[in-house]
Design a protein around this ligand. Sequence first.
Ligand code: PGA
Length: 240
Amino acid sequence: MKKFVFENYNALSVYAAQYIVNEINSKPDYVLGLPTGGTPVGMYDEIEHMYKKGMVDFSDVKTFNLDEYLGLNKKHEQSYYYFMNKNLYSRVNVKPENTHIPNGMADDFAVEALNYDKQIKEAGGIDLMVLGLGPNGHIGFNEPDSELIAPTHVVSLTQETIKANARFFSSENDVPQKAITMGVGSILKSKKILILVSGESKKEAAAQMMSNKITTQNPSTLLQLHPDVTVLIDKAADSE
Ligand code: PGA
């Protein structure tokens, strides 16, 4: 794991955007895995700035998002489709048919999950998977547990995650209890991984992620098994 520490969230966001833009410029038909949440918002803002300056072209880029809540349609303001449309799709020239998010309204989630991993494979695999880190160590919605599921699957969210995400909803009761997420296997098959970690609440999870121990009780520790992981972390989240 390579680690870069930043003075603050803004510096981290700018670096993350530059990293992604450089990657896309090295391979125009880039396959990008993308996160939602509070952390990547600054990165998406900066990508928009760079796009407007003509520094990047998304016309052949394919994107695959990590996860989606179950039961929220695309128009729901807290659906991850809505988030992605607002923060990226509507701001750059990515083609709608090249963007992918697991369907939280699918009739059959087993089929949806299988198809999602199949689509990633057919696209040639993910070149760069960008991740956030949950305060409990989750990546995507792979929550701490005694076992983890490798492929894309439906998951019940932990109370901790429901609490952490309640800030985006009117109340904790409105947070969906389930989601569909890429599994840790789907994530680890990506050629490169970039993880963004910001804020005091991530300190403990991040320290475990970068320790020498692997545990399913902190899914991010599995990233230690991947040969090309870059951690972008701000001072507030870094323990050293
Ligand atoms: P956050 O979430 O960026 O909103 O803190 C990260 C995550 O839960 O993966």
